[in-house]
Ligand binder design. Structure first.
Ligand SMILES: [Zn+2]
Ligand SMILES: [Zn+2]
Length: 198
């Protein structure tokens, strides 16, 4: 039998997921102990309809409490999408803030299972039984909450021409056919139609 070094000098776990952190060292520290981590260039799959235009990066601070860890992560990424008016591809920068207490499943000192607290949310994140913090599902949830509802390529995006379907760039030619009033109502934006009569 070979002796096994159980120390975890590097926060990244053996599985190589940069969003899984071995925290046995921190769990052995007294409450109030803080560890800081840099996170950069991490791809996250946030769900089938969400595509990231940039990897996730930022920093995470872990605070040892008397029960577990408080995770305070300030991350940033960009969500790919299309402009709600003109359908151009765009990337919406989003800030992700994760602030959550994560409790252990195995007591670090005794090695015994830690039962969930009475009345605790059964979905609440817990450390793994190898004293690892899996940040990935928390990041994915934060990304889905940050998804922009109706992103615009620019605040005053003129949208699409209701007649020809092209983007209404400045100087878009006026079409000879009068606009169908039903299409006009569908524009959903104000058209600059300064009344000449006046
Ligand atoms: Zn647009
Ligand atoms: Zn047109």
């Amino acid at each position: 039998m070979t002796a096994r070094d159980t120390r975890q000098p590097h926060p990244v776990d053996a599985h190589g997921d940069p969003l899984t952190f071995a925290v046995s060292g921190l769990m052995a520290e007294p409450p109030g102990t803080v560890r800081e981590y840099e996170i950069s260039g991490v791809d996250v799959d946030a769900g089938e309809d969400l595509v990231l235009a940039e990897p996730v990066g930022g920093r995470m601070r872990l605070l040892r409490t008397n029960r577990g860890l408080v995770v305070d992560a300030r991350l940033a990424t960009a969500i790919a999408g299309e402009c709600a008016r003109c359908l151009r591809q765009l990337a919406t920068p989003v800030q992700l803030w994760i602030d959550e207490e994560v409790l252990p499943t195995i007591d670090f000192a005794s090695g015994l299972p830690v039962p969930p607290e009475e009345g605790a949310d059964p979905e609440a994140p817990r450390l793994t039984d190898h004293h690892e913090l899996e940040l990935r599902p928390l990041v994915a949830a934060a990304i889905s909450l940050a998804e922009p509802i109706a992103p615009l390529c620019q605040p005053d995006c003129p949208g699409l021409c209701p007649d020809c379907g092209e983007r209404l760039e400045p100087g878009h030619s006026v079409h000879d056919q009068p606009l169908d009033p039903r299409l006009e109502a569908l524009r959903g934006f104000r058209v600059d139609e300064d009344a000449d009569s006046g």
